[in-house]
Design a protein around this ligand. Structure first.
Ligand SMILES: [Zn+2]
Ligand SMILES: [Zn+2]
Length: 355
């Protein structure tokens, strides 16, 4: 099929979707997963021998955007974004031990893309005073048109304001029986795009993240997941030793990580543990995610699953265990590699230097 007719079909599909109520959208999405080629695959020419550490046929990465109240304070979704942010943070606190347990049960590591501020035990009014100011902007999800970027910071500590700091939760992740990885999700959950984030602000955000992680006694991150679907300021990432980032594209969802123009690796997000359609049963969701794993194995790519720890607990209890169990079973059959963003980046770079 030509590119032109594909784009026409996509346009028609978007138009149809836009006219449907939520339940109609859910059924349509289900149909797309059953009958279309979704998730779409990015081809490559890399030898299967080199792709995974133990010559597995496909891979899986699970990354979490660990962000607490920082993610939602400018959301357009809620009439009171501040209250909404606190609510989400409390849900995240309640969910986190449960999530850790599920991943421990299957020995599966998570790449925790963590907002840098969460590493702090406390802060004061002038603690972030050295950082360049974020200019006002709006994007698809947020509206930051008044005040200062740090206006919501309580300048307090994790006991008094547990929605804004999380050293206790980070310790729980660090001390888990599974060796997880900490990626950065910027310091204050900023829109990192070239359009909205000046390079000086991006630089300070990564610098502050590194300082926060290092003063916690953890090594600097080699991986990043951008907040709010943004992407940009890649030279800054390179400067601070980040080697791989996650990106979401409309056209393809399954890919083996590939190099961008600056030599950083890109891992595409394949699907999210997100209960967008309440009418879907747990079985519908399980099938969808397992299909993605099967397809990664078949096409020698990586299924990269994204989740927010503040997600609906139903997803954690009813869907996640089945998907993790399936991934672990594929791993024990030698078909599936499961690891973190940093691990695959190191593996790919080691192959590059040996060739
Ligand atoms: Zn602070
Ligand atoms: Zn986020």
């Amino acid at each position: 099929m030509s590119g032109g007719s594909l784009s026409l079909i996509r346009k028609g599909y978007s138009l149809l979707r836009g006219m449907l109520p939520l339940s109609g959208k859910a059924s349509l999405t289900k149909l797309v997963y059953v009958f279309s080629g979704k998730p779409f695959v990015k081809d490559d020419k890399i030898s299967i021998e080199d792709k995974f550490p133990n010559k597995e046929r496909g891979g899986a990465i699970f990354s979490a955007d660990f962000e607490m109240a920082w993610a939602f304070r400018f959301t357009k979704e809620a009439t009171d974004p501040y209250e909404f942010a606190l609510k989400k943070a409390r849900q995240e606190r309640a969910n986190l031990p449960l999530i850790l347990k599920k991943f421990e049960e299957h020995g599966i590591p998570v790449t925790w893309a963590t907002v840098g501020h969460l590493f702090l035990e406390s802060c004061q009014e002038n603690t972030h005073g050295w950082m360049k100011k974020m200019p006002h902007f709006t994007n698809r999800f947020w509206q930051f048109t008044a005040g200062d970027w740090f206006d919501h910071d309580p300048y307090s500590n994790f006991r008094e304001a547990p929605e804004w700091y999380a050293p206790d939760l980070i310790k729980a992740i660090r001390d888990s029986r599974v060796k997880h990885e900490f990626a950065t999700h910027t310091f204050s959950h900023i829109d990192f795009s070239d359009k909205n984030c000046p390079v000086e602000v991006a630089d300070d955000e990564i610098k502050a993240s590194l300082e926060a992680i290092n003063s916690f006694g953890l090594p600097g991150p080699v991986s990043i997941c951008f907040p709010s679907g943004s992407w940009g300021n890649v030279p800054v990432l390179k400067k601070y030793g980040i080697t791989i980032y996650r990106r979401k594209l409309k056209e393809v969802q399954l890919a083996y990580p590939y190099y961008d123009d600056l030599g950083l690796l890109v891992t595409l997000s394949s699907d999210a543990f997100d209960r967008s359609y309440p009418s879907w049963s747990s079985c519908d969701y399980q099938k969808r995610y397992m299909k993605t794993i099967d397809k990664a194995i078949k096409t020698n790519t990586i299924a990269h699953f994204v989740f927010h720890p503040s997600m609906d607990p139903w997803m954690i209890n009813e869907v996640l265990p089945k998907v993790l169990g399936y991934a672990a079973a594929m791993r024990s059959q030698g078909k599936l590699w499961i690891g973190t963003m940093g691990e695959i980046s190191r593996h790919i770079r080691s192959k590059k230097s040996s060739t």
